[in-house]
Every structure is written in structure tokens, then in C-alpha cells.
Design a protein. Structure first.
Length: 141
């Protein structure tokens, strides 16, 4: 019988007890980690291994974007919810292109947007700056 990993137990408790804003932050961090891992696939010489690493990790990041998108409350979220939906859909399309063409360009672009969005959420949760401050520059890009 295998004992549960302490790290997995910790993550499970953290997910179950986190506030909604903290969950969003955790999801954004997870998508960034997945894209970091996908990028390593571009340096692998074995085509099968390279494609597998790129595909699986881009797919994981897309799954997270889909969850974030579906969690938006468009009726009550106003302009911010609409802007985030558009941004999530755009990033999903760019990742689909990167995965299909095995091109790093969209991956790097999306990671940049996710990093900016993650920082905005972090700042908002810690009372540093308004969350919307980063969105206009991301949408204009």
C-alpha cells in the first residue's frame, strides 16, 4: 500500500480551504508552470519526447484557462469579466496555434500575459494595487 505524498496532501488541503481569489492565483501560477515546462520541450532533440512535453503541458495550461473562463460571472462581473473572458479566449487560441504548429511564439506571449495577470491578482489580494491596472496594457498588446 502506497502512502500519500505529504506534498499532495498539503496541496489538497490548500485547494479546499483557499479563498476564491487565492484559487485564481493558484490556477494562474499552475498555468505559468505548465508553460515553463512546455518551453523545455522545444530544446529536446527527440521529436516524440519533445512533442509529448510540449503538447501535454500546453494542454494543461489550456485546461486551466478553460476553468478560469467558465468560473467568470458575466452577469455580475461587468466590464472586467468581459475583458477577462476575451483575454482567456485569446490566450487559448494562441496556445492552440503554438501547440498545432509547435511554435514557441504564442507560448511566450501567453506566459507574459499570464504573468502580468498573476501579478495583478497577487497585488490585489495583498492590497498593493488595483487588479484592473494591468488589464488595459494586456488587452492593448
Amino acid at each position: 500500500m502506497r502512502l500519500p505524498s505529504p506534498w499532495n496532501s498539503y496541496r489538497q488541503v490548500a485547494l479546499q480551504t483557499a479563498a476564491p481569489g487565492q484559487l485564481v492565483l493558484m490556477l494562474l501560477e499552475g498555468s505559468i508552470r505548465s508553460l515553463d515546462k512546455a518551453e523545455t520541450g522545444f530544446a529536446i532533440e527527440d521529436p516524440a519526447e519533445s512533442n509529448e512535453i510540449i503538447h501535454n503541458n500546453i494542454q494543461r495550461a489550456q485546461d486551466i484557462l478553460h476553468e478560469l473562463n467558465m468560473a467568470l460571472n458575466i452577469q455580475e462581473g461587468g466590464k472586467l469579466a468581459h475583458t477577462l473572458r476575451s483575454l482567456y479566449e485569446y490566450m487559448d487560441r494562441r496556445l492552440l496555434e503554438s501547440n498545432t504548429r509547435k511554435s514557441i511564439d504564442g507560448l511566450v506571449e501567453v506566459r507574459k500575459h499570464l504573468t502580468t495577470l498573476r501579478q495583478a491578482w497577487y497585488d490585489m489580494l495583498h492590497g498593493n494595487t488595483p487588479a484592473e491596472s494591468a488589464l488595459p496594457e494586456m488587452v492593448a498588446a
